[in-house]
Write a protein that binds this ligand. Structure first.
Ligand code: ABN
Ligand code: CU
Length: 638
């Protein structure tokens, strides 16, 4: 059900997986305000759909509309999780989070921190000592504080990195104020500490990307128009999408942004399940530089900041090109008011070169079929960086996930003339870009032809008995338990992982399967002893497989903000070493970009693609695209 905004009446929801509407968010908030969150001091970190239990959806049983809410009482600094039954109008559960468990930041806390820093006498005095008196030009960038061995139970903090602009449109990242950090306590609303170590001259050379600085744009590029005179080939009903043989539901959460639900492929008239739910589960960006400010930079952009809330409103012709269908992202502001991020998700088709071709040289006849992909994406701005998250669905059953990283480097300053071994010197004025990694984890609740799946590791092996010296073969090894399934990519073995359904057989009586190709399968470079590695253990390995549990949603745990890594996350759950053979299982893949900064990444980074493919592997009995028309371009040209 859903609630009509004006009269709060039930108007009906198309599907139990539809994100909460604005009216439902308002209703959840007013139920909470009428109950345990009555005090003015409560703030809403997030209000989102509590997805119905999978079994209920699978059986087609009645489901209840429920909201999951995370709140903070700023008067007492206590945080809470609530489950609200929207049908009954009741708070089902109200749970206080343990001391030291801190929920993610709310959007308005960024501005609040910046404003408090700008007004604080300690900050003003310390900056004045560095010759910086025009505070309007100083940018305080509120990063998470992470965890560096402090006692549990400390306050909820932000840690502002400081940059200065030459003028209001100048790129602040060209002018880092090094060895200077401001700690802001979000509960008391005060600046608690200024760490002011060795002053390094602020790099003064400006570097900008805005047209007013760059000068006239080149004029030699002719327009490319994407037209689909007959419209796009997808059919959208509410949040349900049907495109070629694919069907799925679009979801959106404050934490993950875009979610794909119930991804199915129609084969011989049957919608065969492939993945029940797919989303970004976590990410972390640890820096390798040992300089005091830099060594503590390790943002968990998803779990600490709620990356869905940072989704851009996308613009036709810039962010997306072609016949676009947009979906809004609906979330809540810190006071519990519904907040619509218009056009947060973009969906369109793209031509994709050839799908297959063969020229019969004997007959001199060629058959070519064009490939196309359906692109479903969102772009989030996390302070300096932009991340575009793109799901690509192909006509042959292939799924691709790409992160497109762009935006501005998080920079550092060294003495002019020095060259830090931990970064790329960017100019002769002391600016450098420290080395770092962008690590991502995607949660894939596979359902290959049904919920009971198993995972094999497939390696290339050279048999001992190899008289011709030419032998190599692919060898499958079943990963039987969660511990056995903690794996790293291995290019030297051409390793991939196969998700199979033993009860569903293909034409050659093998279990149907999809395979995950572990491209960009890097792992954390920081040592295991480092605090960041303890907190981001998901990034020590590329593959994790868990037995499905409704509460296990995010690779670094439910609340990674200031976490120690000791209590939650993949590395904790998998200690149970549950059986994962022919079970309802979840595959978690860690991949990333090892960012050795280059001059060309400055002042704004050309897009870098980072990602992986999930391909059918004996899921079909043969190439499923033989029925593609040969004349599709001609057909639309006429
Ligand atoms: N890129 C790290 C980050 C994210 C949000 C806010 C500040 C910094
Ligand atoms: Cu980077």
């Amino acid at each position: 059900m859903s609630i009509d905004t004006e009269n709060q009446t039930v108007v009906g929801v198309a599907h139990p997986l539809d994100p909460l509407s604005r009216a439902e968010i308002s209703r959840a908030v007013s139920i909470l305000k009428d109950g345990p969150a009555a005090a003015e001091s409560f703030r809403f970190i997030s209000v989102e759909l509590r997805e119905p239990a999978k079994e209920l959806l699978r059986n087609g049983s009645e489901t209840t509309r429920e909201a999951d809410a995370v709140l903070i009482d700023r008067a007492t600094s206590r945080s809470f999780e609530a489950i609200v039954d929207l049908d009954a109008g009741a708070v089902d559960t109200w749970t206080q989070l343990a001391d030291g468990v801190h929920p993610p930041f709310m959007l308005d806390e960024f501005a609040e921190c910046e404003e408090a820093c700008r007004k604080d006498p300690k900050v003003i005095e310390a900056l004045a000592k560095r010759g910086l008196t025009d505070l309007d030009l100083v940018c305080f960038e509120p990063w998470s504080v992470g965890w560096f061995g402090e006692e549990a139970g400390g306050p909820r903090l932000m840690r502002a990195l400081v940059f200065v602009r030459e003028n209001p449109t100048d790129n602040p990242y060209a002018h880092p104020i090094e060895n200077f950090i401001v700690f802001y306590d979000l509960s008391s609303g005060v600046v608690v500490k200024v760490e002011d170590a060795e002053a390094i001259p602020v790099p003064r050379a400006s570097s900008n990307y805005l047209p007013e600085y760059v000068g006239p744009a080149r004029t030699d590029l002719k327009p490319i128009s994407i037209t689909q005179p007959e419209g796009p080939s997808f059919k959208v009903t509410g949040n349900h999408v049907q495109w070629a043989d694919w069907s799925f539901r679009v979801g959106f959460t404050p934490r993950e942004g875009l979610v794909l639900h119930q991804l199915r492929f129609r084969d011989k008239g049957v919608d065969r399940p492939v993945i029940n739910r797919a989303s970004l589960s976590e990410m972390v960006v640890p820096y390798g530089d040992t300089a005091p400010v830099q060594a503590k930079k390790n943002a968990f952009d998803s779990g600490e900041y709620n990356i869905g809330n940072m989704a851009n409103s996308l613009k036709l012709g810039c962010d997306c090109l072609g016949e676009i269908k947009y979906f809004d992202g609906i979330t809540a502001d810190s006071h519990g008011n519904p907040l619509t991020i218009e056009n947060a998700i973009c969906m369109h088709e793209e031509d994709d070169s050839i799908m297959w071709k063969h020229l019969d040289f004997r007959e001199n006849t060629a058959e070519t079929r064009r490939s196309r992909k359906l692109v479903i994406s969102f772009i989030a701005t996390v302070a300096n960086y932009e991340y575009g998250f793109y799901w690509h669905l192909y006509l042959d059953g292939t799924i691709e996930f790409l992160v497109k990283a762009t935006g501005i480097l998080s920079t550092a300053a060294q003495h002019p003339g020095e060259k830090s071994p931990y970064g790329q010197t960017l100019n002769n004025d002391g600016l450098y870009g420290p080395i770092h990694q962008h690590m991502f984890n995607v949660r894939l609740d596979f359902e290959v032809d049904g919920p009971k799946n198993a995972v094999y590791e497939v390696d290339m092996e050279i048999p001992e008995d190899n008289p011709t010296h030419t032998a190599f073969k692919a060898v499958d090894r079943l990963l039987k338990t969660e511990q056995a399934a903690i794996r790293k990519a291995d290019v030297s073995k051409h390793r991939f992982w196969k998700i199979v359904n033993h009860d569903s057989r293909n034409v050659v009586d093998e279990p149907v399967a999809y395979r995950l190709i572990p491209t960009d399968g890097i792992t954390l470079a920081a040592g295991d002893e480092s605090y960041v590695s303890q907190r981001a253990q998901f990034a020590r390995n590329n593959l994790w497989v868990t037995a499905y549990h409704r509460k296990e949603r995010f690779a670094a745990g439910e609340f990674p903000n200031q976490s120690t890594g000791k209590h939650d996350g993949l590395h904790v759950w998998t200690l149970a070493d549950r059986d994962i053979v022919d079970e309802d299982l979840v595959v978690w893949y860690t991949f990333g970009m090892h960012h050795v900064v280059r001059l060309e990444d400055w002042p704004v980074m050309p897009r870098q693609n980072i990602g992986f493919m999930i391909e059918p592997h004996g899921f079909f009995d043969q190439n499923p695209t033989l029925n593609l028309p040969s004349n599709i371009t001609a057909a639309t040209d006429t």
